[in-house]
Design a binder for this molecule. Structure first.
Ligand code: GLA
Length: 369
């Protein structure tokens, strides 16, 4: 993290927003369902200095050229996440001042760890602070999601921006994506001798946006046929499945409905202090994503299988799918052994070597200076 790259005293304000992993509840957010992500120690840091005119100039560490845009301008590439936030805030009626922004991040990009939500949420915090506008944290995820949906053009749900904004150290965020009610669920694995190992599968994210949009469309069509507002409202899965002719659609519905239940069961287990018990729920979630939602790839399936064979209590892909990361719930003293087993399986399969690291839930959006 090169926060020190921000020239001391040059910026009026500096904020940080983290990436996230999702413990369980995949592709449930846009079905008005439940999710249980937590914020990562990896974060994006944004410094901001007020400018007089309505112009925004943003420099990102790692990209040579700063990008400058005015109100209403369409920006492409990484800076679209910044311009999208300016756009969403202005659409919501906030008078966002012009600013010079500097962005630095240690959230791996393209790994399904929400580097885009991290940049959106940190930029939003800086702009609101510069403007002296008090927008409650609870309201910000919706605004950042709007930037992503309507400006960037990715039809994602509200999970990532919620985790990045509202995550709390030592807790997972239980979010009802319909009511937006939240509960901070204690998730202190070290106390139970456990750890979450993240394996970045390094699988190339081919076709990810088209496939994501197709899954979402299929869910919305199914909800229409079943005459419910969203798949979250399906209460009798067997009965619902008899009303759908299309086999693919039946599988999609079965994933979403069973996944929602797994989130509720996971939260119950954690409330009762039984982190080890969530392992089988994680693995069942992976199987459902693999067989019913059909969003896994050989690299993530290999990582899950190898982790389980090496003694993980549970393992699953996290995030939108088609690559990205796997989470494994492991005994703290087995992290190295599980990581070694996954590496060996990747070598045998001829895959690019994965990255692996242990994570603990960290703080959501916060001010650094
Ligand atoms: C991506 C999206 C989220 C969510 C997940 C799948 O991360 O940004 O809104 O839909 O995929 O759970």
């Amino acid at each position: 993290m090169s926060v020190e790259r921000l020239p001391a005293g040059h910026y009026d304000t500096v904020w940080a927003s983290p990436g996230r992993v999702n413990l369980i509840g995949e592709h449930t957010d846009y079905n008005d369902g439940f999710v249980l992500p937590f914020a990562l120690p990896h974060r994006t840091v944004v410094g901001g200095r007020r400018l007089d005119g309505p112009t925004w100039t943003v420099t990102s560490e790692g990209y040579d050229e700063p990008v400058t845009f005015g109100p209403g301008e369409k920006v492409e590439g990484w800076a679209a996440y910044v311009a999208g936030v300016v756009w969403a805030l202005r659409e919501a009626g906030h008078d966002v001042p012009g600013a010079e922004l500097f962005v630095t991040s240690d959230v791996p990009s393209g790994a399904g760890l929400s580097s885009s939500a991290a940049i959106e949420c940190a930029v939003m915090a800086v702009l609101l602070d510069l403007a002296g506008i008090d927008v409650p944290m609870a309201v910000r995820p919706r605004l950042a999601q709007r930037a992503e949906n309507e400006y960037v053009g990715a039809p994602t749900g509200i999970m990532d921006q919620s985790a990045s904004t509202l995550g709390r150290e030592g807790h997972a965020l239980f979010l009802d994506c319909r009511s937006l009610a939240t509960e901070q669920v204690p998730f202190d694995l070290a106390a139970q001798g456990l750890a979450i190992l993240v394996v970045d599968s390094k699988a190339p994210h081919a076709h990810v946006s088209g496939e994501y949009a197709a899954r979402r469309r299929s869910c919305e069509e199914a909800a229409k046929i079943l005459n419910v507002a969203a798949l979250r409202d399906v209460t009798d899965l067997d009965e619902a499945l008899t009303r759908l002719d299309d086999e693919v659609m039946r599988k999609r519905v079965r994933h979403v409905v069973t996944e929602n239940q797994r989130v509720l069961d996971t939260v119950d287990a954690l409330r009762a202090g039984g982190a080890r018990e969530i392992g089988p729920l994680m693995t069942a979630s992976h199987e459902s994503m693999r067989d019913d939602y059909e969003i896994t790839v050989p690299q993530v399936d290999t990582a899950v299988n190898a982790a389980l064979a090496a003694g993980a209590h549970g393992a699953r892909m996290t995030g939108g799918g088609f690559g990205g990361c796997v989470l494994a719930l492991v005994d703290a003293d087995r992290c190295d052994a599980v990581e070694a087993a996954v590496r060996e399986a990747f070598t045998e399969a001829g895959f690019t070597p994965p990255d692996a690291f242990v994570v603990t839930p960290a703080e959501g959006t916060h001010k650094l200076s």
